[in-house]
Ligand binder design. Sequence first.
Ligand code: IMP
Length: 210
Amino acid sequence: MSEAVVPQAIRKLAPGKLVIASHNAGKVREIGALLAEHGIEAISAADLDLPEPEETGTTFVANAELKALQAADLSGLPALADDSGLCVEALNGDPGVYTANWAETPNGRDWTLAMTKVEQALATKGPDASRAAHFVCVLALAWPDGHVQWFEGRAEGTMIWPPRGNVGFGYDPVFVPAGGDQSYAEMDPAQKHAISHRADAFAQLIAAVL
Ligand code: IMP
């Protein structure tokens, strides 16, 4: 007989300080703006001189949790971390948690190279291979006592080639979200932010804990 799954109790986040476990100033500003109306004051991990942990997990949840738990433990405050990436179905979910690594070069990240690598990998699957893909964003919220809960947002879509558009970042030019015909990089940023995997994860977090 299978065991019943007991849902994890959701802990509410009280108004006050929240560490955003990221050294990316743009990300911290964006998250801070989203949470300010709920009485949350976002503080960046960089402002607190917190170290950036190595992302040793093999899942989005594991990486988001390790970043949030470390920041909560070191700061003594609740902390929020995210981990995201692109999963291509015909590539068994690659690049997945290694999405940023596919862009690494000795001189920094090269997104044209990363998009080309994904396209080349897809080409090896033949002309009839599925071009379905999804972006994932996992948000992990941790407290100094080790309590952690996470929310997974997704955006389904299709891989296109050649890349289109020049707004946004990362793999935006090769991903067309379901239901539209513009790539993420051709959309107005507000339009992308309303439908993205990150928007989905934040909507779940806000509904559950605020
Ligand atoms: P991380 O979550 O900071 O580890 O980054 C994962 C990688 O996924 C980023 O460096 C981007 O390349 C990619 N990624 C995540 N979200 C998006 C998006 O909205 N558009 C394009 N690429 C993204």
